[in-house]
Design a protein around this ligand. Sequence first.
Ligand SMILES: [Zn+2]
Ligand SMILES: [Zn+2]
Length: 104
Amino acid sequence: MYEDKTLICKECGNEFTFTAGEQEFYAEKGFVNEPQRCKACRDARKNAARGEREMFEATCASCGGVAKVPFKPREDRPVYCSECFAKMQEEKADDAADDAAAEE
Ligand SMILES: [Zn+2]
Ligand SMILES: [Zn+2]
């Protein structure tokens, strides 16, 4: 009674198949709306909702350890592991405090 339907994903614009089986499943669940997104986009949104992000591994420019960063590291920019990054932030804060003291 159901036939595969081709729908357009409103997220990426690709065509995807709303299969007869899925239509039956939707009908059973009482869903009135057809899916708006292809499976890839739906999965991506699910992952985003869970706060999962793709992490990239790089070498820490300070200690040489493994640094995991949520962006693709660029070769012309140093990457630091979370420990070294935190240490640097502290040092920066100390410098700022010293500068402020020196101005008086
Ligand atoms: Zn899509
Ligand atoms: Zn490090």
